[in-house]
Design a protein around this ligand. Sequence first.
Ligand code: GUN
Length: 296
Amino acid sequence: MVAQVIDGKAFAAKVRAQVADQVAKLKEENGITPGLAVVLVGEDPASQVYVRSKGKQTVEVGMNSYEHKLDVDTSEEDLLALIDKLNKDPAVHGILVQLPLPKHLNEDLVINSIDPAKDVDGFHISNVGLLGTGQKSMVPCTPLGCLMMLRDYHGSLSGMDAVVIGRSNIVGKPMAQLLLGDSCTVTIAHSRTKDLPDVVRRADIVVAAVGRPEMVPGDWIKEGATVIDVGINRIERDGKNKLVGDVDYARAAERAGAITPVPGGVGPMTIACLLANTLTACCRANGLPEPEGLTA
Ligand code: GUN
């Protein structure tokens, strides 16, 4: 079998176009412009790239972007004061604090100080609990993007065997909750899992979110399975820098029914879903119907 390539770049462009349409309608019919505030503490180069990209795409879909760049030694008190101000600002519908934070700041405390209704990352403990109990919540962007691609490819996921490799709060755990919500039988695998190859070989859906280059060999993949590769790992091969996923793409593509490439798979969906979440938060804040197809 030769896998169908799931084109995340094209899918993300479609999601952004849907968001842009809805934003235009909101402005015209309700006089409301959704606003996203992004807070970056320090000068981590990768975080700076992400934040720039988020700001650019926010403006491109017609939303307001508010960037707050704070000094690396900003105190917790000052950061919490800024979040409090953003929580109270009616022009701000979504708040994202870029992680990781410098070591002297308590990440849990900071994230949990964001108004859950504005927590477009879905990291606040209230949103984690709401998702876990199947209630309306803000859903973390990367797993939401994976779910959208799976639903688009399969239609219904009901009854499918899914394995999520990785148990992070940002991807693995919420991904498992979303798959369970769509009636998959879900296994969360991690570094202590016994016989991981066997677990993966039984799965109709494999979501790899570990951050270890090509740790899933192609021959673990069941014929016809769908592979969603969340990993983005920079490696050196043949003297060149290269981006690879957590799955050995070339070998896995010979067995899978469908697979996301790296780059151009899950990656572009994350920011697209952040914009979708900001739109959703804005609609909820204003008592308007939520955008269709852009939520879990
Ligand atoms: N750092 C890396 N990924 C993310 C993300 O999805 N959200 C935030 N806030 N920080 C990140």
